[in-house]
Design a protein. Sequence first.
Lengths: 115, 112
Amino acid sequence: AQSVSQHNHHVILSEAASLELGCNYSYGGTVNLFWYVQYPGQHLQLLLKYFSGDPLVKGIKGFEAEFIKSKFSFNLRKPSVQWSDTAEYFCAVNAGKAAGNKLTFGGGTRVLVKP
Amino acid sequence: EADIYQTPRYLVIGTGKKITLECSQTMGHDKMYWYQQDPGMELHLIHYSYGVNSTEKGDLSSESTVSRIRTEHFPLTLESARPSHTSQYLCASSVGANTEAFFGQGTRLTVV
């Protein structure tokens, strides 16, 4: 069965600092990868996704993620965070039909950006 | 903006009551999902559906049941609520294979 691990449960940083959130998945076949964000009091929203092609994907709000197949990783990055990036971030994987086309989430990382 | 709606947003109910959490989407998506999320914890898939009259149990065992009589509607029912059912329930939908899911606002359920 597919599983997703997010290494950091909580991250606190100051505005303008760089952010990198780790995500590893366990599935040997083809996967589709996602990062979702949940701002306080709001619903989950898609930040970016990887299906195929360029392993460096760019999403909304200046976020990007790099798929490294050999490391089973899909880390999220932002060069310079803002206070408004305070949210919870979830990595998710869909291993397709072989895994029942289910979207499996990691445990989430709470990010607090101090002004 | 995704068109997926959950009602109620918040529900406080007594032990033993029967409850139904509503989820509707107007996007014509074939796949729908229910996730359970405890505060500060990961999302666990508890039910999913690939289309009308198709429902499956998810990765996390749940005493709830679901139905999918219409494409746009995927309600979740608890026949007898218990305090252990206190959680947030998130509904989502997607179309086709391997696409992203769109989420509703969630229902925060408290059983007292």
